[in-house]
Write a protein that binds this ligand. Structure first.
Ligand code: AMP
Length: 357
């Protein structure tokens, strides 16, 4: 819990702080960044991943090996992490691997806003936080409601787009959801979100909110490479019918993106709005990395359909820094390294409690 985690932090030797991370997602980037900033590093992983991470042992001071990911919250493991003065950095796989309860309640300090995990688990709550921030979002339809145009149907949780589908009318929504239930992808109690499908190009912005400097930085941007929607572009329209292919949205990787500079003021404004909304709704508000996921329309309107309150995998493109992080820091500053820099700055200024929950 937050208070226990803060009490744990008080007992830490701040000269020997370690950054801890689960072996997945953006762990290597985070470990690399911590090393660059002279912090100690802890990798928590299951046995079968050890051979892979051993290849990077020059980045890792301590391995904490667990049987199952959910063991992260066992007393044995949390005691080890506390002894190593660990600040845990949650990434995109964190909640998915250890479960919401452990993710939220772990007594080890977390670099980030742990009360946001629950909001992130619900598509509906996510959208309502974005609306509260005054950020433009797609229209939302009730399940079973008629609509015009195209809708995208989404499932709860970070499923990497898996199971999402497009529907032209309410009956297609209902049929699609019933099929997902029949196939065991979801059960009847899972909630689905039916959202206007916005036509334009996707763009994902990597932000960093620094409680120490009191500013939002844009550290990079990417687009996701999704199968099959991105592959279908290669098929001539006349052949689409033969394939009877339906677009799906399973993420397989990320591509770098540099934006028109004239778009950046709005993107930065969205970042500040999002930070303010989290501060109002969930004090102390977001800490460190987050991502707004958008479609940019042909009138250059930016519609945000999703956010992530943690480091996103798209930042892995920029382990050596991005065209934007270069402008703020003039050195190779990845998001992983920026996290470690924030911890260091907070320690130097005596405000380390401001960067963890
Ligand atoms: P998500 O898991 O919410 O990031 O969505 C997966 C993918 O679905 C995105 O990368 C987009 O390609 C697409 N997508 C999601 N929501 C919308 C929307 N409202 N309009 C258009 N495309 C969307």
């Amino acid at each position: 819990m937050v208070t226990e985690a803060l009490e744990t932090l008080m007992s830490y030797n701040l000269d020997k702080l370690a950054v801890g991370v689960l072996g997945s997602h953006s762990a290597l980037q985070i470990l690399h960044g911590a090393r660059k900033e002279g912090l100690r590093t802890v990798l928590v992983t299951i046995e079968e991943r050890i051979p892979f991470y051993r290849e990077f042992k020059h980045l890792i001071d301590e391995f904490v090996v667990i049987q199952r990911w959910s063991d992260l919250c066992s007393k044995n493991v949390t005691n080890k992490l506390k002894k190593l003065n660990t600040i845990l950095v949650p990434h995109g796989s964190y909640v998915e691997y250890v479960g919401l309860k452990c993710a939220e309640e772990i007594e080890v300090p977390i670099f980030g806003l742990r009360t946001l995990f629950k909001v992130e688990a619900s598509q509906r709550e996510k959208m309502s936080l974005l609306r509260r921030a005054g950020i433009e979002v797609p229209r939302e339809y009730r399940y079973g409601e008629d609509f015009e145009g195209l809708a995208i149907v989404k499932l709860d949780g970070a499923k990497g787009g898996r199971g999402y589908f497009l529907a032209k009318c309410r009956d297609e929504v209902v049929e699609g959801v019933e099929k997902l239930i029949k196939d065991g992808v979801i059960d009847g109690s899972d909630s689905v979100l039916v959202q206007e499908y916005v036509v334009g190009v996707p763009a994902y912005y990597h932000y960093f909110y620094s409680p120490v400097l009191g500013r939002v930085e844009i550290l990079g941007a990417d687009i996701r490479y999704e199968t099959s929607v991105d592959g279908l572009k290669r098929v001539p329209p006349k052949l689409m019918e033969v394939l009877s292919a339906k677009p799906t949205f399973v993420v397989v990787g990320n591509l770098p993106l540099v934006l028109r500079e004239s778009l950046l003021p709005k993107i930065l404004d969205y970042g500040y709005r999002f930070v303010k909304a989290t501060q109002d709704a969930l004090p102390p508000g977001i800490i460190g990395p987050f991502c707004l996921e958008s479609i940019i329309k042909d009138d250059l309107d930016i519609v945000v359909f999703e956010f992530s309150g943690r480091i996103v995998a798209g930042t892995n493109i920029y382990v050596g820094g991005s065209p934007y992080s270069q402008l703020y820091w003039d050195e190779p500053m990845s998001t992983g390294r920026r996290i470690a820099r924030e911890i260091k700055l907070a320690v130097e200024k005596g405000v380390v409690d401001r960067v963890v929950t």
